[in-house]
Design a protein around this ligand. Structure first.
Ligand code: ASP
Ligand code: MG
Length: 503
């Protein structure tokens, strides 16, 4: 039994939904399936905008809701035969009415708490999955809509809730397991499960964090002991680098779970970072597939992957970073400074992306998002005020507009010369490196450069490690790319998708 997940751009309108339904039918044969879907592309953002407008007392949220309703009506028109349209739309219309009431409540109290926002966002997935399941039933497919709030149990961290794995798996097995384990045949059932949304143990709506539908799918796959998890997106697979930066970026055939985790934690939009946990534990192979180009095999993410010929697997980067350097003569040999630095940052809710400290212990360099630099700096100044006064710590140097670049890959482990190659290539290209970090897992070497050097740095590294092989692969890919389904006229396909990959 397989679990499939379709992202927002795969189910954004009637045409795309029809296409997805044909993929689902193909995958199911006569058997059963668990299918997790996101909200239509852009809807979650619109719901957040509506909530913000309502909170500010601006009636514009009503127009946004009307636009959403129109989008649903158009989808119903494209999915249901004439006689069934009204009946198909009435439950959706009811939900929209409920959403309007909630938004009006927000307008009245002029406050949208994270808890209310989760409830408002939940409508995106609920409406879309109810629509898809309804359309499938009207086509004679045994599809059942499942609200994931009845399956996935979380804590109360609204906006990005933590999942109770044991309770959630129990619920998923109890609700879906029986029907899915039935003999394949005419009775096969297809569950259409809302991604992204969940509930606390007392039933209050929560969400798993933006792009969390991947994680929902991984939880279902793990609980149901699926043979495979397929994540369908609008790109051909995981790429060697961002195709908007590197022209010769190509699809990587196979990636290990650990590599995929390194990449997603590193800002590559491959897959929600938490997705890997449940599938890794159950050793379920995950495949990234392209809805727009289903004949392409995509990228396999699994435990025992065939090793490829390159020393690295992928290059990822995070922009808009800032670096704070804490430096001073009193830091050397004084235990506890590092712990105080990180405790102060944690207390200020600053997420540290990269750390580097040389063994002279003269300085600690912390890389964070530029937007958090001010907060971080005042937290550090307050924490180390006494040391600064005593001249044990000197200046806190801050640099902004930086790019963190990482080379990622299992093949780097125990292989000498990789960092030599990396930094020699950057040196030859005249790129100045501001900080370096490598963990002892040896799967990731990260370095920081000025934002203006980003394109040069990433291209240099891509050429150094993938060289002509990368170029050949990307050319071969262009030649063999299968027929793509026509993109709808109005919604132009995003640039990234045209280039065929995620990063
Ligand atoms: N609809 C949600 C979002 O846009 C979840 C998802 O797409 O996975 O973040
Ligand atoms: Mg999404």
């Amino acid at each position: 039994m397989k679990t499939l997940k379709f992202g927002g751009s795969s189910v954004e309108d009637a045409g795309k939904i029809r296409h997805v339904i044909s993929i689902i039918k193909n995958e199911a044969g006569n058997g059963s399936l668990c299918v997790v879907c996101s909200a239509m592309k852009g809807v979650t953002d619109e719901l957040i905008r509506a909530a913000r407008l309502a909170e500010e007392g601006r009636p514009g949220y009503r127009a946004l809701l009307e636009r959403l309703e129109e989008r649903l009506i158009r989808a119903c028109e494209g999915l249901f035969p004439q006689g069934e349209r009204e009946a198909s739309f009435s439950p959706l219309f009811e939900s929209c009415g409920e959403l309007l009431d909630i938004l009006h409540g927000v307008e009245l109290v002029r406050e949208c708490t994270p808890r209310s926002l989760d409830l408002i966002m939940s409508f995106g997935e609920r409406l879309n999955c109810a629509l898809i399941a309804g359309a499938m039933r009207s086509m004679g497919i045994n599809a059942r809509y499942v609200d994931a709030r009845e399956l996935i149990v979380t804590d109360e961290r609204y906006g990005s809730a933590r999942v109770d794995f044991t309770a959630s798996c129990r619920n998923i097995r109890r609700r879906l397991g029986g029907a899915l384990s039935g003999r394949a045949g005419a009775g096969g059932v297809i569950f259409i499960v809302t991604g992204f949304i969940a509930a606390t143990s007392s039933g209050v709506t929560t969400t798993l964090g933006r792009n969390g539908s991947d994680y929902t799918a991984a939880l279902c796959a793990a609980a149901l002991d699926s043979q495979a998890l397929e994540v369908w997106k609008d790109v051909d697979g995981v790429l060697s680098a961002d195709p908007n930066i590197v022209r010769g970026a190509f699809v990587i055939d196979e990636v290990s779970y650990e590599e995929a985790m390194e990449m997603s934690f590193f800002g590559a939009e491959i897959i929600h970072p938490y997705t890997m946990g449940p599938v890794l534990e159950k050793n379920i192979p995950l495949r990234v597939k392209n809805t727009l180009n289903p004949s392409v095999p995509g990228t396999l993410i699994a435990r025992d992957i065939g090793r490829h010929e390159w020393p690295i697997t992928s290059i990822a980067s995070i922009g808009n970073a800032a670096l704070i350097n804490v430096e001073g003569s009193g830091m050397q040999g004084t235990p506890g400074i590092a712990s105080r630095v990180f405790a102060a940052l944690a207390k200020a809710d600053v997420n540290v992306i990269m750390i580097s400290q040389a063994s002279s212990e003269h300085s600690i360099c912390i890389v964070i998002r530029a937007g958090e630099a001010k907060k971080a700096l005042s937290a550090l100044k307050a924490e180390l005020a006494a040391e600064t006064q005593a001249r044990l710590i000197g200046n806190f140097a801050v640099m902004k507009d930086l790019e963190i670049v990482a080379i990622i890959g299992e093949n780097m482990r125990g292989r000498p010369g990789i960092s030599g190659e990396l930094f020699s290539a950057l040196g030859r290209a005249g790129v100045n490196v501001l900080a370096i970090a490598q963990g002892s897992s040896e799967r990731n070497i990260s370095f920081v450069v000025d934002g203006r050097d980003k394109v040069q740095a990433i291209n240099t590294v891509h050429r150094a490690f993938f060289g002509a092989a990368g170029k050949r692969k990307s050319e071969a890919k262009l030649r063999t790319a299968g027929p793509k389904i026509a993109a709808p006229k109005k919604a132009a396909r995003p640039k990234k998708a045209e280039r065929g990959g995620v990063q």
